[in-house]
Design a protein around this ligand. Structure first.
Ligand code: DQA
Length: 150
């Protein structure tokens, strides 16, 4: 961590703590800890600091998003199933006025119809899906480019 580096919040929602063991045919074998380690190394190479959190609770995710205001320059967010259900998380993303990149390991557009709806996506800077763990690193690249262009 460095005082002059921009900080990015990496937030993972429900069931993503089970990565590695959960439905490996859909989500692969990489654990969340491995993804977070890769993100920390990638952020370092980009000159960013990352702060990683996961919660299975909608209210906790809301609090973490609110807590990013004034401290973080942007957010990489995989809301898990809350993507498809949560107006509260959509409103939080809109309310914090930070660039947020939505990430999904799987291509939600190619799955069940209920996964094709993203309440959060409409208020995000952009969405990256279907690239597995690599998607988180791509999101960081996108956020870095966005922040540099401001
Ligand atoms: C997910 C996709 C969601 O539909 C699902 O509920 C998840 C994981 C993904 O990363 O592919 O929990 O967000």
């Amino acid at each position: 961590m460095s005082a002059d580096r921009l900080r990015v919040l990496v937030l993972n929602g429900p069931n993503l703590n089970l990565l590695g063991a959960r439905e490996p045919a859909v989500y692969g074998r990489t654990t969340l800890a491995e993804i977070e380690r890769a993100l920390a190394a990638h952020a370092d190479a980009l000159g960013l600091d990352v702060e990683c959190h996961q919660s299975n609770h909608e209210g906790a995710l809301l609090d973490l998003l609110h807590g990013a205001m004034g401290r973080c320059a942007g957010v990489v967010f995989n809301p898990g199933a809350y993507t498809h259900t949560s107006i509260a998380l959509r409103d939080a993303v809109a309310g914090i006025a930070l660039p947020v990149v939505e990430v999904h390991l799987s291509n939600t557009e190619a799955r069940e119809d209920f996964r094709k709806v993203s309440h959060v996506g409409a208020v995000c800077l952009g969405r990256i899906m279907g690239f597995g763990p690599q998607g988180y690193l791509l999101a960081l690249d996108a956020l870095r480019a966005h922040l540099a262009a401001r």
